[in-house]
Ligand binder design. Structure first.
Ligand code: NAD
Length: 260
């Protein structure tokens, strides 16, 4: 379905971004991966995806905390893939602390990666999408783009910001064949969440499995993790013809979290 399309997925060496990159590659899109990790493991991942799905898979390890990291990444993807038709802004970090103890340096890092890099990537990719007459921008926000939790001031602010940005870009591109939407997952068992489960197990002196169950039952009525594969399938849907008139909106995959 996506043969000939070129996708850039930020933060795709792990977790949700990798799930989305796999789903797009499985539909025939060529993909540029981005994110941190061990060089040999990333190369094995890149080559494995290319072989499994018979598509071009490239990698650029741009650091999105840098002021123009995302711009450099988009320009490299355009040069090496020939264009960026699908931009998935997924890279994100978390820091957990009460607001009055929240280090400014962590606040700046969360905002830079979770929000400013999304703006920078969209700004860089939009002219090419408009010129070619087709584009899909998918921002991975969060249930925390819609509701808040304690101790996550920067994350919640950044994700609310991403939803605002998604609406503006959706409006600014409304008369074109470019759409811009956000996916809002609840808990997904990735390294980002595993860290929070491990910290919780340690703080409460309970086994890690129990800490995971407690985390789910506090927020996510389904008591099941959303999977990177499910999020990948939603991204594919947004790239399909069925998604052509969906723009500026946010789609939850949160097991009922934000319905409460
Ligand atoms: P993860 O930690 O597994 O993956 C994050 C990815 O971003 C990795 O590839 C990492 O290398 C990359 N990354 C981090 N800092 C970067 C930087 N400075 N420059 C470039 N790449 C960088 O996390 P995840 O859980 O897969 O999260 C992906 C996205 O989904 C994030 O935006 C996160 O906020 C969002 N999200 C996650 C959950 C969840 O429960 N896991 C829920 C809602 C939203």
């Amino acid at each position: 379905m996506l043969n000939g399309k070129r996708a850039l997925v930020t933060g795709s060496t792990s977790g949700i971004g990798l799930g989305i990159a796999r789903a797009l590659a499985a539909q025939g899109a060529s993909v540029m991966l981005n994110g941190f990790g061990d060089g040999a493991e990333i190369e094995a991942l890149r080559a494995g995806l290319a072989k499994e799905f018979g598509v071009t898979v490239l990698y650029n390890g741009a650091d999105l905390s840098k002021p123009d990291g995302a711009g450099v990444l988009v320009r490299d993807a355009e040069a090496r893939l020939g264009g960026v038709d699908i931009l998935v802004n997924n890279a994100g970090i978390q820091h957990v602390s009460p607001v009055e103890e929240f280090p400014l340096e962590r606040w700046d890092a969360v905002i830079a990666i979770n929000l400013t890099s999304v703006f920078q990537a969209i700004r860089a990719a939009l002219p090419g999408m408009k010129a070619r007459g087709w584009g899909r921008i998918i921002n991975v926000a969060s249930a925390h783009g819609l509701v808040a939790s304690v101790n996550k001031s920067a994350y919640v602010a950044s994700k609310h910001g991403v939803l605002g940005l998604t609406k503006v870009v959706g409006l600014e591109t409304a008369e074109t064949d470019v759409t811009c939407n956000a996916i809002c997952p609840g808990w997904v068992l990735t390294p980002l969440v595993q860290k929070q489960i491990d910290a919780r197990a340690e703080a409460q002196g309970v086994p890690v499995e129990q800490a995971g169950r407690d985390l789910l039952s506090e927020k996510q009525p389904s008591k099941k993790f959303t999977t990177p594969e499910q999020i990948g399938d939603l991204a594919v849907f947004l790239c399909s013809g069925a998604g052509a008139n969906m723009t500026g909106t946010s789609l939850t995959m949160d097991g009922g979290w934000t319905a409460q």
